[in-house]
Design a protein around this ligand. Structure first.
Ligand code: SF4
Ligand code: SF3
Length: 553
């Protein structure tokens, strides 16, 4: 195996035996083969783009396949075997539709050459062998590999957001068309400039996809509002729901109503509390615990049923006893854990097994008490725009620091807590994603009623932070987004954060600090392109970085 898609990759180079995340070699190899098959679908999809034979479900399948390979999403080899089989079938169906349409249009059969991924087929027993020759290292040139993988890794994040939007009935064929174009491009010998342009185009589509998801979420569940979220527990049996899927949240809240079972959020599901549609449920109690990497202890202490809707699900430790009260759904999976099937014909998912399990469990053990505040997505922040512009003009707010992104296990991430603590009292932190758990309970105070940590929501709500920046640019009458008193100190872990990074680059944001390490998939030459053109840099010491940030560097 070779995998270098996340920030915790071995030696910041690549996992070659078992992933630092716990991913076994068999799973890593099946994921490589799935990506290969998705590329094959894309080859035919790109050829068919103007022939009117593309089906939306092919685009959605690519999105879901990419999503399944995101770090900490799916650990179930059987699921990957199924996805590969379905992928080959879809690819061959699409090929047949293309060939028929081509013949009709051109009056002759298609006889062009296609890469192996567009035609390879094999039995399940051959998957493991084939996987060995189609992974990341199949591209020998280090820079070509780096640019192709930067694209595919960013695409995984975009795909996850595209799938969330699709779940709510919002799909855009242009986004699916880009998946085809981008994956197809990785099968071709392109120039460096062409590959860089494709990566930038991915940034454009990352913005479009996050905008679509923002529209899907807010039109379906209302605009996030400033909300106090409870951290303590009640004395009822309960379900803990984690991940990013708001429709699962909705189905679960409806189905638990009146059952006596409470619902709590974990990790990236915390921002569900900010949506008006979910506030009406009395049994939607609060947020339990912290970010994903603490789940082995926190899920244990929760005592009740746990529903994982997306990443991050981490492998259970031998001391863990919650496997039989853990459930997966959507693109997550774990061997031996009950998987709640997808919706059929638009009907809600059936969470009765989760609810029945919860009823037989004791109430959660309290981990902490108090409240945290969030809900500062773009509409809510812009409702405060006058106050914010005034605070900047009066000098009460000197600087905004965008500290969005992911949390992770490494001790080096204490940096983000220490930066939050060291920033002077006239700096405001804008955040989104699970990175916030490093500093959202620190009680950093407020500036004239504006909290010093403004949480917009999930990692995809980084889009809100971009909208806020663009609106502030207008409010201050500036030409360039980089003239705003905003610095970016982004924490990354998995591939959605890479999509967010590409989105920021596409929007023209310069001088982003990215940590705790720069991605291993950036070769020295590709990293240099990003440094030279965008001023991307790694993090330094807390003192140096805080001083530089406050000086606008
Ligand atoms: Fe390694 Fe990260 Fe890949 Fe897991 S996802 S195998 S930790 S690079
Ligand atoms: Fe966190 Fe996994 Fe990235 Fe959505 S839950 S931000 S790491």
């Amino acid at each position: 195996m070779f995998c270098f898609q996340c920030q915790e990759t071995a030696k910041n180079s690549g996992c070659t035996v078992r992933g630092v995340c716990g991913k076994p070699e068999s799973t890593a190899n099946l994921q490589d083969l799935l990506i290969y098959v998705l590329k094959g679908i894309a080859v035919w999809g790109k050829k068919a783009e103007n022939l009117g034979v593309l089906d939306k479900s092919d685009g959605l399948f690519i999105a879901q396949g990419l999503f399944a390979t995101i770090t900490n999403a799916n650990w179930d080899d059987d699921r990957f075997v199924e996805l590969i089989g379905e992928g080959i079938k879809r690819r061959d169906d699409l090929r047949a539709r293309f060939e028929a349409a081509y013949k009709e249009k051109e009056g002759r059969s298609f006889d062009g050459s296609v890469p192996d991924c567009a035609i390879w087929d094999g039995s399940i027993s051959e998957y493991a062998d084939k996987a060995l020759s189609v992974g990341v290292l199949a591209t020998e040139n280090e820079d070509v590999r780096s640019l192709r993988e930067l694209l595919v890794i960013g695409l995984k994040g975009i795909a996850a957001y595209g799938d969330h939007a699709a779940v709510l009935g919002y799909e855009d064929p242009k986004i699916y068309g880009f998946f085809m174009e981008a994956l197809d491009s990785t099968t071709k010998d392109l120039s460096v400039d062409e590959m860089v342009a494709m990566v930038m185009k991915a940034g454009d589509f990352a913005v479009q996809t996050m905008a679509l998801l923002d529209k899907a979420n807010t039109e379906t569940y209302g605009k996030p509002e400033i909300t106090e979220v409870e951290l303590g527990v009640r004395n009822n049996t309960a379900i803990l729901i984690s991940g990013h899927d708001l429709r699962d949240m909705e189905d679960l809240l409806k189905q638990t109503e009146g059952t006596g079972v409470d619902v709590y959020t974990h990790g990236e599901m915390l921002p569900a509390h900010y949506y008006p549609a979910f506030k009406k449920y009395d049994h939607f109690v609060g947020n339990y615990g912290n970010s994903w990497w603490l789940q082995n202890d926190e899920f244990e202490a929760f005592n009740g049923a746990i529903l994982m809707t997306t990443n991050c699900l981490v492998p259970l430790k031998s001391k863990n006893t919650y496997k039989d009260r853990l459930f997966t759904t959507g693109m997550t999976g774990y061997p031996g854990v009950v998987h709640i099937p997808d919706r059929e014909d638009g009907k809600p998912k059936d969470f009765s097994a989760v609810i029945e399990k919860a009823k037989s469990c004791p109430a959660p053990t309290e981990l902490e008490t108090g409240k945290i505040v969030g809900g500062f997505a773009h509409d809510q922040v812009m409702a405060l725009a006058d106050k914010i512009v005034e605070a900047v003009k009066s000098g009460a707010i000197k600087r905004f620091v965008v500290m969005a992104g992911c949390d992770g296990r490494h001790k080096t991430r204490d940096y983000y807590k220490e930066v939050a603590e060291a920033l002077p009292k006239d700096a405001v932190i804008l955040t989104a994603g699970c990175a916030k758990y490093r500093y959202n309970k620190l009680n950093l105070g407020d500036i004239g009623g504006i909290p010093r940590v403004l949480d917009a929501g999930q990692c995809n709500d980084s889009y809100s932070l971009a909208v806020i920046a663009l609106k502030l640019k207008e409010a201050f009458g500036l030409e360039d987004i980089n003239e705003l008193p905003i610095s970016y100190d982004i924490a990354w872990y998995e591939q959605k954060a890479v999509a967010v990074l590409l989105a920021l680059l596409f929007l023209g944001v310069k001088d982003i600090r990215l940590g705790p390490t720069l991605p291993a998939f950036l070769s020295p030459n590709v990293a240099k392109v990003l440094v030279d053109n965008f001023g991307i840099r790694g993090i330094g010491t807390v003192e140096e970085d805080v001083a530089a940030i406050m000086a606008g560097r």
